[in-house]
Design a protein around this ligand. Structure first.
Ligand SMILES: Cc1ncc(COP(=O)(O)O)c(C=O)c1O
Length: 391
């Protein structure tokens, strides 16, 4: 058996939507994107949502939209993907790395408060694995200190924390539709806000500085009811990027969004099966207190003292594993910003991410569990505890 770590769940529904875009012969930024943005805003319960080509782009523009002066600081968890911190660098801001809470592995509030100083302007609130941060407490602290909050929701979509949609607690929420995520558009992202001012320049920033819907403009090229010759005219007032989502991606997104609740439920059922299966295993523990009936997770992982041996064992059985993440505070790129995160830096060598995607079968999950169970833990000296005790 070969069990994939992640896999996009795509098929006939996505193909049907792509065909609609082909039939329109409009693949760039157009009506499918508009429809996807509208449906996404309704789903996430936010006022505004703009489709981009990645969450990385969304995080970049989210921090840019606040207009922070160069050299200010952004509080970022150490345990996250590169983009949560490079978004600060793109804006000439400095990341300040925050350690993880030992239980949830989300950003530790205590360390956040400890690392804060008067140069801090924002918090990058990452819902690690999909487990929600205590957004009520984070927002209280942010308000007290005058900080902006960007929610990095690359690992979840569609769950509520204390009755409010994750992604709408902060000033701006960013989502990822990269191929491995809870839903996909191939590559893609969404930037969302309930603050009418926060995203006022996003349309220009995602389209090389031009705030114009070019499929609407194209209709004007042959519109005889308006015979002026300026239908092509546009102005550039911002140094924008080429960050837009296109209609091909948005078409996939429209189909995926319809399927998202069902895919979320399936991933939750798989996590419950994993949790029940590992409950009696002394050598592995769930990575964090997963609550799959309450929240939607992108990944499932365990902690073990024998990460490498167990990974090799699973690999030998055709089971793919991963490790999310090497703490950013230990990466060469970020060395110069200093600030250690001792808990997560010592703990991360225990993490193993296990296969999780909406198409994973119960048979595959049971196969993973069986081989987790069969693993013979080695003692620190490399000698099997079982064979050592027999000797
Ligand atoms: C926490 C986090 N933030 C941001 C991103 C960036 O997402 P994208 O690949 O859509 O740019 C990822 C991608 O894995 C992520 O895990």
């Amino acid at each position: 058996m070969n069990v994939r770590l992640f896999k996009p769940s795509v098929g006939e529904q996505e193909l049907a939507k792509i065909k609609e875009a082909f039939d329109r012969s409009w693949l760039g930024m157009g009506p499918a994107l508009k429809a996807f943005e509208k449906k996404w805003a309704a789903f996430i319960e936010c006022e505004q949502a703009y489709g981009l080509n990645s969450a990385t782009a969304a995080l970049h523009l989210a921090l840019m939209s606040f207009g922070f002066p160069e050299g200010k600081k952004v509080l970022v968890p150490s345990l996250t993907f590169a983009s949560s911190a490079t978004a600060a660098l793109y804006n000439r801001l400095e990341p300040v790395f925050v350690d993880s809470d030992p239980v949830t592995l989300g950003m530790s509030l205590e360390d956040l408060k400890r690392k804060y100083d008067e140069d801090c302007v924002a918090i990058m609130a990452v819902h690690y694995a999909g487990h929600p941060l205590p957004m009520d407490e984070i927002m209280d602290f942010a308000q007290e200190k005058g900080l902006k909050v960007v929610e990095d929701c690359a690992h979840t979509a569609g769950a509520k924390y204390k009755g409010k949609m994750i992604g709408t607690w902060g000033h701006i929420g960013c989502f990822s539709f990269e191929e491995k995520k809870v839903m996909t558009t191939g590559d893609g992202g969404m930037i969302c806000s309930n603050d009418p001012d926060a995203l006022k320049d996003i349309k220009a920033l995602r389209w090389v500085g031009i705030d114009k819907d070019n499929w609407k403009t194209a209709k004007k090229y042959t519109d005889t009811s308006n015979m002026d010759a300026m239908h092509w005219f546009y102005e550039i007032s911002l140094p924008g990027y080429k960050y837009n989502m296109n209609d091909l991606a948005a078409s996939i997104g429209l189909a995926q969004l319809e399927r998202l609740p069902e895919m979320n439920r399936r991933r939750s059922a798989i996590i419950r099966r994993y949790l029940d299966g590992i409950a009696g295993m002394a050598h592995v523990q769930p990575l964090l207190p997963f609550e799959p009936e309450r929240y939607y997770y992108w990944m499932f992982a365990i902690r073990t003292e024998q990460r490498d041996d167990l990974m090799v064992h699973l690999k030998s059985k055709g089971i793919a594993t991963g490790c999310h993440y090497t703490p950013l505070s230990t990466q060469p790129l970020f060395e110069r910003y200093g600030g250690s995160c001792p808990y997560v830096e010592q703990e991360a060598h225990k993490f193993i991410t296990l296969p999780l995607h909406a198409d994973l079968t119960n048979e595959e999950v049971d196969y993973v569990l069986e081989h987790l169970q069969h693993f013979q833990p080695q003692s620190k000296t490399g000698v099997s505890e079982i064979s050592a005790s027999k000797a």
